[in-house]
Design a protein around this ligand. Structure first.
Ligand code: GTP
Ligand code: ZN
Length: 292
């Protein structure tokens, strides 16, 4: 038996990259279908070789997580890309993307692209808020290849997926970190015209032996209404040290007295921008629930 990872699936065939680096075309053993388990891209599997480059998937190692859009298992990390400008950073959007990623228990790193357009020091602003929250924040200029090596080193030995709004440069960055497939990069308007939201199967692109990136960005559906109001606090990583230290055990860190989170925000231990974002999103989730 050989251990590997499914990097692509096409009509019943799965392409498994085994540890020595070869790609083996596999069929799944019948038992999976009977048990309603279908192998998917990202699955770590054991295969039995039946020919030099053909095999059978015998076992799927339990998944650490499962992303639906794109359909990929075992994502380690999401690279959340925003641009200094064109389009401007919408902080609530960034927070909501991070919340979604946290809800999957996936690590997030923040990449601020278009550093050539940073006349308003947006990178420094993002860095000061989000590093304090525990995130790694890097800057890139994808057109000039600046910061791309830093990003590459953060991808090493992980399965990563890109996230972020349209037009920030995800495809451009993607094309700079690998040269196996070329993603279309265009201005926003012409992409929309083409109707690019047709669903397709995700594929993992291997950058080196144990480093993969999904070829389709994720976390673009910003509906976070699935999050219970009382769980929102856990999606703000920097609240962790204070949760449980409030006067009331059921504290939502909003209007309660004796709130350790609120106090930390007022003392600057938690950035006030993030605390305010928490309140804004909490109210939004609560209001949406009342309407239902
Ligand atoms: N000035 C500048 N422009 C950039 C940079 N990176 C990408 N662009 C441009 O930004 C535009 C959008 O880039 P894309 O890579 O297509 O953006 P995307 O995030 O993939 O967009 P969607 O596919 O719509 O999600 C293109 O015209 C790029 O050439 C950068 O670092 N600086
Ligand atoms: Zn509290």
């Amino acid at each position: 038996m050989q251990k590997g990872i499914i990097i692509k699936g096409i009509s019943g065939f799965y392409y498994v990259k085994i540890e020595e680096g070869k790609i083996i075309e596999c069929k799944a053993r019948g038992k999976f279908r009977n048990n309603n388990i279908t192998p998917i891209v990202g699955d770590r599997v054991f295969i039995e070789l039946i020919e030099e480059d053909k095999g059978i998937i015998k076992e799927i190692i339990p998944r650490k997580n499962l992303l639906i859009r794109p359909l990929v298992a075992n994502i380690d990390q999401a690279v959340v890309v925003f641009a200094c400008k064109k389009p401007d950073i919408i902080f609530t959007l960034l927070d909501k993307i991070l919340i979604q990623i946290e809800s999957y228990n996936i690590k997030a790193i923040i990449c601020i692209n278009k550093s050539d357009l940073d006349d308003n020091n947006m990178f420094d602003k993002v860095k000061s808020i989000y590093e304090k929250a525990g995130y790694t924040v890097i800057k890139t200029n994808a057109l000039k290849n600046e910061g791309i090596d830093d990003l590459k080193s953060l991808l090493k030995d992980k399965i990563s997926v890109f996230a972020g709004p349209s037009g920030v440069g995800k495809s451009t960055i993607f094309n700079k970190i690998q040269n196996k497939i070329k993603m279309e990069t265009q201005d926003i308007s012409s992409k929309v015209k083409r109707g690019r939201h047709t669903t397709r199967h995700a594929e993992l692109i291997d950058i080196d032996n144990n480093t993969f990136i999904a070829d389709t960005p994720g976390f673009s559906n910003l509906d976070i209404s699935f999050i219970e109001p009382k769980n929102l606090q856990y999606m703000f990583l920097e609240f962790k040290d204070y949760i449980g230290k409030c006067k009331f055990t059921s504290c939502m860190h909003f209007k309660e007295t004796g709130c350790a989170v609120k106090e930390a925000a007022h003392n600057g231990l938690i950035s006030i921008e993030r605390y305010n974002a928490y309140i804004e999103i909490l109210e939004e989730i609560q209001n949406n629930r009342r309407k239902r």
